[in-house]
Design a protein around this ligand. Structure first.
Ligand code: SAM
Length: 287
């Protein structure tokens, strides 16, 4: 099969089916074979793997996944793409299942249980950027059995996922991602690798799931509530950020006392704390 990574082949398919791009679905199809190869290589796909692809589009990356993985499940929301995938671009592969659904509404735990006997899968995708965070956090928080997530995201989002304390990109997303996984930016990808071109730069990031969480907390929900409150008001001190968040019901005195026990100055800001320090803060402040 001629690769769709070649723009001429993509244009041909789009014309053949009179396909109209839907902006609301974040449709930017990859048209660069080097980038496709880089994604497959970064995801370390083998013939043992079951891969979930979110948003196959016309099947450009799906073809590579079918060649390299044992089995592929491709979830696509746009019903106009289904005949292209089933009758044309993926017709020659017998190791792929296309599901016409909104990935955010799908019970992925049930799917993995049924299709992979609950064993860990790999997620690979050129994500629709309008729902990057809900997709990734949804995968983590619903504890879908995962080995890794290798995805194309907006460059700025990849930087935020990978950032550490002291960086301007460090925030609630960095901590949430790093609690569950180890991030690694595998490539930066310019707009001309897509059709149509997005308005932003992109990056391929691999998130390798931790076997064990890197920190021990008594109450995960409380840890993330603290993190969110700390970064809600970035310019405020941690004491003010936490005590202004009414739902946390924390007194100034209690927060100041814990900061002192941890050897942190009363004026410290959330952006200076590591994941380990946030975990200690949560364990000390928790009921
Ligand atoms: N994988 C293709 C490629 O690389 O050329 C297409 C990537 S495009 C950036 C994102 C794809 O996700 C589109 O095909 C879009 O229709 C699909 N999509 C958008 N929202 C979705 C959702 N909620 N569930 C499943 N697929 C979705």
């Amino acid at each position: 099969m001629a690769t769709l990574g070649n723009p001429q082949n993509t244009i041909e398919i789009l014309k053949k089916y009179d396909f109209m791009f839907q902006k609301r679905f974040g449709q930017n199809f990859l048209i660069d074979t080097h980038v496709l190869e880089k994604i497959i290589k970064s995801a370390e796909i083998t013939k043992d793997d079951m891969v979930l692809e979110i948003g196959p589009g016309i099947g450009t990356m799906t073809q590579y996944l079918c060649e390299n993985a044992r089995e592929v499940i491709a979830v696509e929301i746009d019903k106009n793409l289904i005949p292209i995938l089933e009758n044309d671009t993926l017709a020659e592969y017998d190791n792929v299942t296309v599901i016409n659904e909104d990935v955010l509404k799908l019970d992925l735990n049930a799917l993995v249980k049924e299709r992979n006997k609950g064993s860990r899968i790999k997620v690979v995708a050129n994500l629709p950027y309008y729902i990057t965070t809900p997709i990734i956090m949804g995968l983590f928080e619903s504890h879908v059995p995962l080995q890794s997530i290798t995805v194309m995201v907006q460059k700025e989002v990849a930087d935020r996922m990978q950032a550490g304390p002291g960086s301007k990109d460090y925030g609630a997303l960095s901590l949430a991602v790093q609690y569950y996984a180890r991030p690694y930016i595998a490539a930066n990808v310019p707009p001309n690798c897509f059709m149509p071109r997005p308005n932003v730069g992109s990056a391929v990031i691999r998130l390798t799931l931790h076997e064990e969480p890197p920190v021990q907390v008594k109450d995960e929900a409380f840890l993330f509530a603290l993190v969110r409150a700390s970064f809600n008001q970035r310019r405020k001190t941690l004491v003010n950020g936490l005590t202004n968040a009414a739902e946390l019901k924390l007194s100034k005195e209690a927060v100041q006392e814990v900061l002192e026990q941890m050897g942190l100055p009363a004026t410290v800001r959330g952006e200076a704390l590591t994941l380990e320090q946030f975990a200690e803060l949560a364990n000390r402040l928790g009921k």
